[in-house]
Design a protein. Structure first.
Length: 167
């Protein structure tokens, strides 16, 4: 008979292990540190407004798109200090969970990014403000497309007026 084949009565096992096999004092318990993901973003996020774009070949945006975005923000009476601009293309681990952990945004604007690509728990059409989880979401096409078409600019402006309560 090998050691692997020994059968013990449950009562005998209970008597053998009256104390736990491992005794942990509160001083012995080691908690793993919570590691927040790190993302490169432009701005200071002072008003918890997150702008998400997806552009390859640039850290954030091409100059003409950034210039257009700055003009839009200025019209909304917002500066880059108020927002965080992140390029999804350069942040492959960007997801709903990581966004909530790192940025804790109140308003999230997607430009050329589908919320499903970031594992967001909801889907919504472009140019329709959505409220969820005490946050407001807005999805729009790429900034390059918006800046080149007047009807797209009007649609964006109408949403931003409501979002930022601009008269």
């Amino acid at each position: 008979m090998s050691l692997n084949d020994i059968e013990m009565h449950p009562r005998l096992l209970q008597d053998m292990y009256r104390r736990s096999l491992v005794i942990l004092d509160s001083d012995d318990v080691k908690h793993a540190p919570i590691i927040k993901p790190v993302f490169t973003f432009l701005g200071k996020n002072e008003r918890s407004i997150l702008l998400i774009v997806d552009v390859s070949g640039y850290p954030f945006l091409p100059d003409q798109d950034l210039s257009f975005l700055l003009g839009v923000l200025d019209a909304c009476k917002i500066t880059m200090a108020d927002v965080a601009l992140i390029n999804k293309h350069n942040s492959p681990t960007l997801s709903y969970e990581s966004i909530m952990q790192v940025f804790n945004p109140i308003k999230i604007l997607f430009f050329g990014v589908q919320p499903a690509d970031l594992e967001f728990p909801l889907q919504f059409p472009e140019y329709k403000l959505q409220n969820y989880n005490n946050q407001v979401y807005l999805s729009a096409p790429h900034l390059e497309l918006i800046s080149s078409q007047k009807d797209q600019k009007v649609l964006l402006w109408n949403c931003l007026r409501n979002l930022f309560e601009i008269s």
